[in-house]
Design a protein around this ligand. Structure first.
Ligand code: NZQ
Ligand code: ZN
Length: 386
């Protein structure tokens, strides 16, 4: 097991009816900016619950943060923060609203020239404006981590940022919010959280027995609840297990002491930036070819995953590892998610070369757990995913 340090300061308030507890979490003298997305919260009653819990504080609102939070929109919100002398941010939404809020938390206190530098110069935020979240869509784990991904339509870029100053102070997780989520987004959440576990698990063995079993148990739970959540999102037990699995998949715990991959996400973000494909679906496109291309390096963990998660007991390590990839693709298809780039766009020729060039230009010369996935290899993997 590798050495590690672990600190996660986010307070989780989980359960039925927990949105009303918001009242106790925000300082009474705060000037709050309530941030939300395209308006789903106004249709499903979450907005009303939040407003009710905030009657005693000074609240300004900013809605319209799009999926894949857009830099230009966030700059508008930043203006409001400055004009209204906001002191506290509250994200009410999914990963996009929470990530947008993290960007604003960093940008509000940023001393540099242009806040886009936070992303291009990889500036870590040690201290941001304090913020909390009310999660409306289980998927990203953003509610209990310190990372964010921001999109800039103008340049077709999607870049990550983060730092210890960007953990939410609290996140409210009421599984009842799952009831109003459309099937496409439910499938996305299941897919994204599943891949988050894989990115931190499907590497090579380092003798981290507990981390492996944490990861496997999250995968098994997602597989178990997936059909229930899709069939009936009002099933509270299924929704609660789905929600907590998504949070646990990316709150830092399972990645401690083990190598991480994250190349699937790096390639996937480019597919969102270039074609606007939903984040989770880009992962379904890249994962199978990534595992096939890196089969030798990953086969021990693939076989362990095949045995423990999919009950594949027959055959050699290679057989089990290969069967595990097949099972994974089958699971994605059962979620109703296509796994080839050509399923999403007819305009895919040249994509692999473009992504490879972007990685070269950014100096991303060695991705993955061995830091040896060079742009020419990335090009091959993306091509295999056509
Ligand atoms: O915008 P509104 O109207 O609220 O509608 C949203 C949006 O259209 C809707 N929705 C959310 N909660 C709902 C609901 N509809 C009905 N009922 C509800 N309760 O769902 C749509 C998608 O929302 P979005 O926030 O975009 O989805 P998700 O949570 O999947 O977030 C995706 C973003 O997070 C980033 C992705 O790259 C992408 O930009 N990620 C963030 C990570 C992190 N910070 O740790 C890690 C991930 O790997 C990921 O990269
Ligand atoms: Zn993801």
């Amino acid at each position: 097991m590798n050495n590690f340090e672990f600190k996660n300061p986010t307070k989780i308030i989980f359960g039925k009816g927990s949105i009303e507890k918001l009242e106790n979490e925000i300082p009474k003298d705060a000037k709050v900016l309530l941030l939300y997305g395209g308006g789903s919260i106004k249709k499903n009653g979450i907005y009303d619950q939040v407003k009710k819990a905030l009657t005693k504080v000074d609240v300004t609102e900013f809605g319209g943060i799009p999926a894949n939070p857009e830099y230009a929109t966030l700059l508008e919100a930043l203006k409001v923060i400055k004009e209204k002398k906001i002191t506290y941010l509250l994200a009410v939404g999914g990963g996009s609203v929470i990530d947008g809020t993290k960007f604003l938390s960093a940008a509000a206190l940023f001393k540099g020239d242009t806040p886009w530098d936070i992303l291009t110069e990889k500036i870590r935020t040690e201290k941001g404006m304090p913020f909390g979240t009310v999660l409306t869509l289980p998927a990203t784990g953003s509610e209990m981590n310190s990372g964010a991904v921001i999109t800039r339509a103008e340049t077709k870029e999607k870049l990550g940022m983060g730092g210890p100053g960007l953990f939410p102070e609290f996140s409210i997780l009421d599984p009842q919010v799952v009831a109003s989520i459309p099937e496409r987004q439910l499938a996305n959440g299941l897919m994204d959280s599943f891949t988050h576990v894989l990115e931190q698990y499907m590497t090579y063995p380092v003798g981290a027995l507990l981390q492996d079993r944490f990861a496997e148990s999250i995968l098994q739970t997602i597989i178990e609840v997936a059909p229930k959540v899709i069939k009936d999102p009002t099933d509270y037990q299924a929704a609660a297990n789905f929600m907590w699995s998504c949070t646990m998949a990316l709150n830092g715990l399972i990645q401690k002491g083990v190598p991480g991959d994250w190349a699937v996400h790096a390639m996937g973000h480019e597919l969102t930036a270039l074609f606007g494909i939903d984040h989770a679906r880009t992962l379904a496109v890249i994962t199978p070819s990534h595992y096939k291309y890196n089969f030798e390096a990953k086969k021990e963990k693939l076989a362990q995953y095949g045995e423990r998660v999919w009950n594949i007991t027959e055959g050699s390590v290679d057989d089990k590892a290969y069967a595990a990839i097949e099972k994974t693709v089958d699971f994605f298809h059962k979620l109703g998610i296509d796994t080839k780039l050509s399923d999403y766009t007819k305009d895919y020729e040249g994509t692999a070369e473009e992504i490879s060039k972007r990685f070269t230009d950014r100096g991303w010369l060695g991705l993955g757990e061995h830091q040896n996935l060079s742009p020419d290899k990335v090009e091959k993997i993306v091509k295999m995913a056509y």
